[in-house]
Design a protein around this ligand. Structure first.
Ligand SMILES: Nc1ncnc2c1ncn2[C@@H]1O[C@H](COP(=O)(O)OP(=O)(O)OP(=O)(O)O)[C@@H](O)[C@H]1O
Length: 241
């Protein structure tokens, strides 16, 4: 398997706290991988390190075999890594389409090109019908999909999704799962942080489990939920897949 992204022995400390501790994993192109673990396990810090928002204390991040751990976030974005944030904040004085266009300005200064890419991104997340709506009219699920569309407008090869399904109703989450599957089928690689194990099992082909900053397990969803370390530290011994 050729890896699109590889993190090698990645660590990040905040004072005396080791938030990410010697973590290594690799993502194959077109795969959906879930990064899971209890609150404070280091998942968002991992995202920040991959996206260039934070520098590691030690370790390396390779994207398409190039070292990127000291690359600024704008340059990481131009290379093909886009992310969404846990808290979604669309720009309220702009339409849904205009919000989605923002991502495209990372690679073009043409308004026409940005608009056309933004439409395509909105279509792929099921929001094209609301392109001219105001963001105030959007549900939480729509706002999360708009955040995803904005990230897609940057033309990423790797999409980092931070809790994109948190707070959604089961039907909304199921529709997001379908969107993510379709995106992966087009060749997009996805790394997502997700707490609901049922969704992880449905959408991800690989799972990386963090606990106190360290990787404690990695494998298929079925392997991971059967791992005693994962049951003990995260899922609880009463968990049944
Ligand atoms: N900028 C920071 N300064 C100091 N400590 C931080 C900083 N960012 C994260 N931490 C700490 O690092 C640890 C890992 O945090 P992180 O947000 O990466 O965990 P997480 O797995 O994403 O948690 P959650 O599921 O709650 O979002 C936590 O103890 C957190 O308090």
């Amino acid at each position: 398997m050729t890896s699109l992204l590889e993190v090698r022995n990645l660590s990040r400390s905040f004072g005396g706290l080791v938030a990410v501790n010697n973590v290594s994993f690799a993502l194959g192109a077109g795969q959906i991988t879930a990064l899971i673990g209890p609150n404070g396990a280091g998942k968002t810090t991992c995202f920040n390190l991959v996206a260039g928002a934070m520098r590691p204390t030690s370790g390396q991040v390779f994207f398409e075999a190039r070292r990127i751990e000291n690359t600024p976030p704008e340059a990481v974005c131009r290379m093909g890594i886009a992310r969404t944030f846990q808290i979604v904040r669309p720009m309220r004085d702009m339409s849904v389409l205009e919000n989605a266009m923002v991502g495209a300005f990372s690679w073009t200064s043409s308004v026409g090109e940005a608009r056309s890419k933004a439409y395509e991104s909105l279509e792929s997340v099921g929001l094209a019908g609301k392109a001219n709506a105001s963001t105030d009219q959007l549900t939480l699920s729509d706002r999360k999909m708009l955040e995803t569309a904005k990230a897609l407008s940057t033309r990423p090869k790797l999409l980092l999704l931070d809790e994109v399904m948190a707070g959604l109703r089961p039907t909304e989450a199921a529709s997001v799962v379908r969107v993510l599957r379709r995106l992966a089928e087009t060749g997009l690689t996805i790394l997502l942080v997700e707490h609901v194990m049922r969704i992880v099992m449905e959408v991800a082909s690989r799972v990386v489990v963090l606990h106190h900053g360290a990787k404690i397990a990695e494998g298929s969803p079925a392997e991971v939920v059967a791992d005693p370390k994962v049951l003990e530290s995260y899922l609880g011994t009463g968990f049944h897949a």
